[in-house]
Write a protein that binds this ligand. Sequence first.
Ligand SMILES: N[C@@H](CCC(=O)N[C@@H](CS)C(=O)NCC(=O)O)C(=O)O
Length: 208
Amino acid sequence: MILIGQYDSSFVRRVGIALRLYGHAFNHRPWSVFSDKDKIRPYNPLMRVPVLVLDDEDVLVDCNLMLDHLDRQAPGEKSLWPAEEPDRHRALKVSGLATGLADKAVSLFYEYRLHEHVSQIWIERCKSQIAGALSVLEEDRAERQTTYWFGEDFGHADIAVACAIRHVTESLPDLVAMQDYPALFAHCERLEAMPVFKEISQPFIPPA
Ligand SMILES: N[C@@H](CCC(=O)N[C@@H](CS)C(=O)NCC(=O)O)C(=O)O
């Protein structure tokens, strides 16, 4: 398989981490959505990353659909989702909030970066959506005593949160004061210290 996109994108990174944890061999093409758009377009007309090129050369776009594909191939005991309800749907909720806040951070970043006249209404909306999602995640994580969100093993929900927060704090360094979210901060520190998070990572590079 080939994973296209840079690991400063939380969406690319969570797929890279899952590929590694599920033991898939893959090649990585760290192409930028702006400066390498002509390389990306033949694989994905949306010119977005991640792009996952499968061994049969079919192409998947959107990180959640890639993870769905990888999850189906993983033996039950290796799945990165909790096996039982209600934890499973609660993990989906956490992942949805994390990827959603990363989406809003991308949108906010492009608003600042690409628009000559920024929309203050849009900026305030994105900021309040990001802050709202972080508050819900902080409250949820603070109530849990386990090492990871759903027990003693980490999974997609933990990964999605850590990747989203790294992405937001590096791409918009003045936006989030992590001391306001101590449970999330501790959660991210624990994950970022792990070898797979260190390997599948890249400092944020603003688009050229
Ligand atoms: N929902 C998509 C979001 C992917 C996304 O927004 N990727 C950004 C990079 S972080 C991108 O490709 N932006 C370029 C663009 O939207 O044109 C996913 O989950 O894969």
